[in-house]
Design a protein around this ligand. Structure first.
Ligand code: ZN
Ligand code: ZN
Length: 123
């Protein structure tokens, strides 16, 4: 039983993390703020990120379709609502995510160090 619960929890977590990847902005790598679609290819970014990006390069950062002007962008209100419902406190979530990343890097470092030590020991 306990195993099942753990598995269910993991699936929930995995689904959630998959969803997070969907709502991550490919430009700033954070959860999208004011999600905005490119009408031509339907790729999605933060409103600010895509507007700044097309000022410099007039193309979609993901698929490079030409974006002539802001008229090809459309705010995705529905997606904004979904994100707000799932992650009511984006700042807190990002704090948590950054601390998780730090922890993972530290763990990777530790693993690498112990691997190195094992290799040295074998010599
Ligand atoms: Zn962004
Ligand atoms: Zn695109």
């Amino acid at each position: 039983m306990e195993q099942d619960e753990k598995l269910a929890q993991r699936i929930k977590r995995d689904n959630f993390m998959n969803f997070i990847e969907l709502i991550r902005c490919p430009v700033c790598m954070e959860i999208m703020k004011n999600p905005t679609n490119v009408k031509l290819c339907l790729h999605r970014f933060c409103g600010d990120c895509i507007e700044k990006y097309i000022r410099v390069k007039k193309e979609c950062p993901t698929c490079r379709v030409a974006i002539g002007s802001r008229r090809f962008l459309r705010t995705d209100k529905k997606m904004g609502e979904i994100i707000a419902k799932l992650i009511p406190d984006i700042e807190k979530f990002q704090e948590f995510e950054h601390s998780e990343t730090d922890r993972n890097i530290k763990e990777m470092d530790l693993k690498k160090k112990s691997n190195d030590m094992m290799i040295e020991a074998q010599i």
